[in-house]
Structures are given as C-alpha cells and as structure tokens.
Write a protein that binds this ligand. Sequence first.
Ligand code: LLP
Length: 403
Amino acid sequence: MDYQELKNIYDTPLYVYNFDDIKSRYEALKSEFKARKSLICYAVKANSNLSLLKMLADLGSGFDCVSIGEVKRAILAGAKSYKIIFSGVGKKDSEIKEAINLDILMINVESSAELLRVESVAKELNKKARISIRVNPNIDAKTHPYISTGLKENKFGVDIEKAKSMYLKAKNSSFLDPVGIHFHIGSQLLDITPVHEAAKVVAKLLNELKAVDIDIKFFDVGGGIGIRYNKEEPVNLYQYAQGILESLKGQDLTIVCEPGRYIVGECGELLTSVIYEKINDKKRFVIVDAAMNDLLRPSLYGAYHEILSLKNTQTSNCDVVGPVCESGDFLAKDINLPDLESGDLLVVKNAGAYGFTMSSNYNTRARAAEVAIEAGKHRLIRKRESFEDLIKNELVEDFGAKY
Ligand code: LLP
C-alpha cells in the first residue's frame, strides 16, 4: 500500500483498514464452527465504523452491542435484528425499551435488578423479551487486569447460583423468554484454556437448567481471542473452536461468539506524520500529529503498538509522543527509529481494534479520518472532524453568530 499517497490525499492522523483481511478473518473463524449451528456476533465496540459493519453484515455476521447507540449503528448498517445481542452492566429503561421494540435476538442480563427492569419494561410493552444471562464462571483469564472480566471481583455477570434463580424467575414470567446463556471472561486472551474451562462450567449449568425444563438455545462464549501486537504466539482458531465444541457434545444449540479484536485488530493501522524531533536531557522524542486522543491504548494500558518508519537509515532509541498536554501522551516508549524530519510518515500497527472507538476530542483535537482498502482500492469511510463539528452542540448566549 502506498502510505505516502494516502497521506497526500487524506492527510494524517489517518486510520486505514484492510477490508479484505477483515473478511478473511471473519470467514476463518466462522468456518471453524461449521460442524454446528453458529452465529458470530462481531463486538461493535472494537470498531464501529458503519462501512465496516455493513461489510460484516453483508457476510451474514451478527453483532454484539453494549449501548442502544451500537444497536442502532448495527441496524443502520444492515444487520438483521434477529442477529443482534445487547450486553452491558447498566442498561437504561429507555434502551431496554428500544431493544425490545427492535425485536433483537436477546438482551444479555447482568444482574437480578436488571432482570426485574427488563421484565417490567416488557410488561409495559405487553411483549415477551428474549434474554440471556451473563454468568461469571470465576475463572482467571490471565490477561491485563483492566480487561479481565470473569472473576468474582469483577463487575460483570452473576455467579452460577444466582444465575439459576434468575433463570427460574424468567421461566415463570409471562414477559421473559430465557433463550441464551452467556459468559465473557476477558479480552486479548492468548491462552485459550480458561475459555474452555469456563465453557465446561457453564455447560454444566445448561444441563441443570434442562432438568427443570429450561431449554437454552444460544450458548454465547463471549469474545476475547487475542492477537499479535508484538511477538505473541497467535491463538490457534481450530483449538479454540474444538475446545468449545467439546464442552457442548450432545447438546443441540447454536454457538454464539463475540470477537472484536480478532476480527479487526491486526487489519488496521494509524498513519501519523512527524511534527519535529526534540532532545531533552539526552532523551530523544519524536513528536507526531497523532496523540492519546487518537489511540489511547498505550497511555491507558501501557499497550505496545509497533511503529514503522518508511526510512531505512540507521536507528536510535526514542519515545514517540503526541502534542497533548499530558506526560502520559505517548504512542511508544524506548523504540528504535531512524532520524526523522518534519512530515515523515510513521505507521502505527495493529490499531484496527479499540483505536478510533476509544478516541476523543481532548485538547479540542478533531478526530482522525478513516479509510478502507478493498480490492486494492482506497476510499474514505469517515471524514476528518472539523472545528465546527467539535463545537456544534455547545450553546453560548449571544455568541452563535461568530461561527
Ligand atoms: N463480548 C463482551 C461481553 C465484551 O465485554 C467484549 C469486550 C467483547 C465481547 C469483545 O472482546 P474482544 O474479542 O475484542 O477481546 N479497550 C480494551 C478492550 C476492552 C474489551 C471490552 N470487552 C483494549 O483496548 O484492549
């Protein structure tokens, strides 16, 4: 790909996604579950660009959403409502109402309080809400503590005993239809054994529910498949799927999985231009036009993203930092790059997941543009924000005429 051409046309910072690679990854995962009924519900939070969602919807993908905004995005992009799941620990009544009215596949319930809310909203609408319950199997996912979600101390889901009583409650309600069971133990999982252990624990619950006539149709194993940011051993998809299939032997149900990062992470790059270099007390800083507001992962999690230069000259140690007024504003620390000049391009790798979606307008910085590469062609899929976009919702008395 001609990065320089992309920079000349679209300017930087710029997110670039390879749609052909995204398609291949979706298809590779889908085919691992071919022995069973399965539904891949792409986790919209990883990258919610409408063109990307549309491409996945056209392939038959379902969607895992964590706000009514994400549900609406998916529907706008052409998703079938019966392939949409609505998860999240805190859903407002208005969101639950819209989700029921949109007739989505299921609302993923995360607490008893929420079950009661869903029931009462469904009753108001005189409808039966399809639900699943997020079970917390108390299994250590062995990932970064910020993105580990399957332990007792995490805020997500309910324990097995609580889940049982919630299923019974749902079964006896005229306004709830318990169709699914769900768990998600964490993100960026490189060791998939904990997912298999969780699947076993949850499959056992499935049998207990069957014994009391609760017939679950969707077994949702969450997302979490890790990717290669540095030198990590990639997850073996065959083994991942086999372990899950194994735990469900003899059960007639649809396997749902909710990958986000796996589908898009390695298929996106953030292009950024050098503004200038600076040396402070022998430390070399490369100051670029992308910042923590564009890609938060390094600042928030100390996450590693490889950064490539288009130059081949001799390298030396440096930090790559953005223009935001925070010492925590960096894209990489202690990496080796050639001597760079103003305008030189750098490519931040593996930025397709949790890149743009976690970006903000901090320091009144406009968010980046997004470009898709498909069949060798590039196209703009999101315009760069303008200053007018940034201030358009602000109300200032006697001031409006200025802009
Ligand atoms: N399903 C549920 C219920 C989730 O909470 C998540 C992610 C996923 C699926 C998708 O997980 P994935 O396949 O992408 O690992 N901002 C963090 C990641 C937060 C993940 C939150 N939940 C990061 O940049 O690493």
